[in-house]
Design a protein. Structure first.
Length: 175
């Protein structure tokens, strides 16, 4: 026999770095006893890179930019140019934990949404961290539907345009 069965286990430390937009509602006060809901928004592939202004083009960051009273704390990170959200999941969850620890966030009202590449990231992150999100809203996303069992009990509202010429609607329908 030339091969033996072995097992490797080791705890490692990983440094993560991420730029993000943070929205605090007009009436947010850090010292307040009000606990606010938190939305994590994942943008599409076209907004990757190093210019946070790109992230404001669609979805939650666009809404928060136009309406300072938007009644959620929102975090909208920017994915590096050469990456995808599934490769950034450690950084995303570390960012969420950091915001929860330092702002008046209701940890039971943590929501996740994203579009296109961010829709894929929404499905993936919710499946990787089952039960962590109060609800998810993937937009024009997809992924591995064999993981749907991880989302049992997670309210989900999926959106997908029938005329989407980038991500086929079949990707959302699989879920």
């Amino acid at each position: 026999m030339s091969q033996t069965v072995n097992k490797f286990e080791k705890e490692i430390t990983k440094r993560v770095r991420m730029k993000y937009l943070l929205h605090l509602p007009d009436h947010y006060e850090k010292e307040s006893s009000i606990k606010w809901p938190l939305i994590l928004f994942l943008h599409g592939a076209g907004e990757r890179g190093d210019d946070l202004e790109l992230v404001k083009a669609h979805g939650i960051p666009m809404i928060a930019e136009r309406d300072p009273s938007f009644p959620f704390i929102t975090i909208s990170p920017q994915c590096p140019e050469d990456s995808f959200w599934n490769a950034e999941q450690d950084g995303l969850m570390a960012l969420v934990d950091e915001i929860i620890a330092n702002y008046n966030v209701d940890p039971d009202r943590l929501y996740l949404t994203g579009l296109s590449m961010g829709g894929y990231g929404t499905w993936h992150l919710a499946a990787e961290y089952p039960g962590r999100f109060a609800a998810i809203a993937p937009i024009c996303g997809g992924g591995n539907p064999n993981r749907i069992h991880e989302l049992i009990g997670t309210p989900t509202w999926a959106f997908h345009g029938a005329k989407d010429d980038i991500v086929p609607i079949a990707e959302s329908k699989k879920w």
